[in-house]
Design a protein around this ligand. Sequence first.
Ligand code: BEZ
Length: 209
Amino acid sequence: MSLRIGDTAPNFTIASQKGEITLYDWAGDSWVFFFSHPADFTPVCTTEMGRTAQLAAQFEKRNTKPLGLSTDTVEEHVKWIEDVNDTQNCDLQFPILADAHHKVAQLYDMIHPGESETAAVRSVFIIDPDRKIRLTMTYPMSVGRNFDEILRVIDALQSSDRHMIATPADWLPGEKVIIPPSVTDAQAEGQFPQGWEEIRPYLRLTEVQ
Ligand code: BEZ
C-alpha cells in the first residue's frame, strides 16, 4: 500500500555516499525533501541532482535537508557525482541513498512496474520535523521535476503551519493567503487583526508576514 499525506514516514537505515543514514536521526529537527530518481549516469537525473545541489542555500534557508535515492551503489554514486559537479557546475553535498536492493524504494512504493521493474520513478516526499508526510509528487522517468515548485510548496506548507492559513492557486511568498472556512469570522478577528477581504463568505483573503 502506498504512503499518503498525513502518514508517518517510515524510518530506515541504509548506505549513502555520505555514510550510513538512519532517516529519523539524520533528519533531526529539519524538514526533508526526499526524492528518488531512476539511475545514476542518466541525463535527466544529472540535471536534477545538479539543480538540487545549486539550491543548497535555498533548502537550508527553509530548514530542509535534501535526500536523494537511486537503485545504484555507493561506488556508482561517487563516480557519478563527479560528473554531476563537472557538468552542472555545482558541489553536490547532500546524501544519495544507495538502494541497490530496493529496500527503501519498496518501502516508499517508488518502483512502478508500468515504468520499470527495477528502477525508481521520480517520487517526492516532503517530510516535516514530526516525521509526517506532508506532500507527495510522482513524475515519470522522462520528465524532470520543477524545483521552483518544490521550494514553493515547502514555503506554502511552512506558512500554513505558522499562520494556520491556506494558499491559493499559484501562490508565492508575500502574496495574499486564504483564511480556511473552518475559521469563523469571530475567530478570524482574533487570529487576523490585520483584517481580511471577503470575496465570498467562504473566500476570505488576508496578508501575513
Ligand atoms: C534520465 O534521467 O535521463 C532518464 C532515466 C531513465 C529513463 C529515462 C530518462
